[in-house]
Write a protein that binds this ligand. Structure first.
Ligand SMILES: [Ca+2]
Ligand SMILES: [Ca+2]
Length: 219
C-alpha cells in the first residue's frame, strides 16, 4: 500500500533515469555504496532494542579526490520504482564513509511526510540503489544487486577494496557454509568504517571477541 502510494509520488524518476542511464560513465559520481546489512540481529542503531527495520543499514563512501556534499545523494531499495528511502546530508571527505540505519531513515521519512518504511531492504534477493541529483535530473550513482544468502541474518555484503567493483561477504556474525561465490570470509560487518578483511580470519573469531567489539552482553 505504501509502495503503490509512492509510485504516484515519483513518476518523474522513470523519465529522468532513462535519460541519465545513457550518459558516459565519467558523469557518474565518486560516491558509491560500500556495505549493507538487510537482516539485522544486533542493535546497530544503538537505541537499546533490536528491530528488523530500524537496525538495517547501508554504508556509502567517497572514493574520489574531493569533498562531496551528500545532500544530493539518496538511497532506494528498488531500481525500477525507486521510492526515496533516505537523503544523506553533510560533507563527505575523500576516503570517508557515511552510513544510515533504518531508524534514521524512518525518522527522516516521517519528517518529510514520506511514510515510515525505513530502508526496507529485502532479506531475499534485492537491491540497494544510490542516486545523485544533478540539477533537475537524477543520475544513477551506484547499484548493488544481492542474492538471498548474501544478506542472511547478520550477514553484511561489502565492497572491498574500496576502489574495486569486488563485493564480498562480511559474515563473521553468521558464517556462510555454502559454495556460492563470494564465499565466507569470516570478516565482521563494519558500518561507518572502511571495509577491511585483511587481518581477521574466520579461525581467529570467537564470540568473546565479537561481544567485546560490539559491547554485547555476555548472556
Ligand atoms: Ca530487511
Ligand atoms: Ca564498512
Amino acid at each position: 500500500m505504501l509502495k503503490s502510494a509512492r509510485k504516484g509520488l515519483y513518476p518523474f524518476f522513470y523519465t529522468s533515469l532513462l535519460i541519465l542511464f545513457s550518459l558516459p560513465s565519467g558523469s557518474f559520481a565518486d560516491v558509491v555504496i560500500t556495505e549493507l546489512l538487510a537482516a539485522p540481529g544486533t542493535d546497530w542503531s544503538g537505541d537499546g532494542t533490536i528491530d528488523w527495520r530500524d537496525d538495517e543499514w547501508v554504508e556509502i563512501a567517497n572514493r574520489g579526490d574531493s569533498a562531496v556534499d551528500l545532500i544530493d545523494y539518496w538511497v532506494s531499495d528498488e531500481l525500477d520504482d525507486s521510492p526515496i528511502r533516505y537523503r544523506f546530508s553533510g560533507m563527505l571527505e575523500p576516503g570517508e564513509v557515511a552510513w544510515v540505519t533504518g531508524q534514521e531513515a524512518r525518522a527522516w521519512q516521517l519528517e518529510m511526510g514520506l511514510g515510515g518504511a525505513g530502508l526496507s531492504l529485502r532479506n531475499t534477493s534485492g537491491e540497494v540503489v544510490l542516486y545523485h541529483d544533478i540539477g533537475d535530473s537524477v543520475a544513477l550513482a551506484d547499484v548493488i544487486v544481492y542474492e538471498t544468502y548474501q544478506v542472511d541474518y547478520e550477514r553484511a555484503l561489502g565492497r572491498h577494496p574500496l576502489d574495486s567493483e569486488n563485493w564480498m561477504l562480511f559474515d563473521g556474525l553468521n558464517l556462510y557454509h555454502g559454495s556460492q561465490e563470494p564465499g565466507s570470509t569470516g570478516c565482521l560487518p563494519s558500518p561507518g568504517v572502511i571495509n577491511d578483511c585483511g587481518d581477521v580470519s574466520s579461525s581467529g573469531l570467537d564470540w568473546g571477541n565479537l561481544k567485546g567489539l560490539y559491547g554485547l552482553p555476555d548472556s
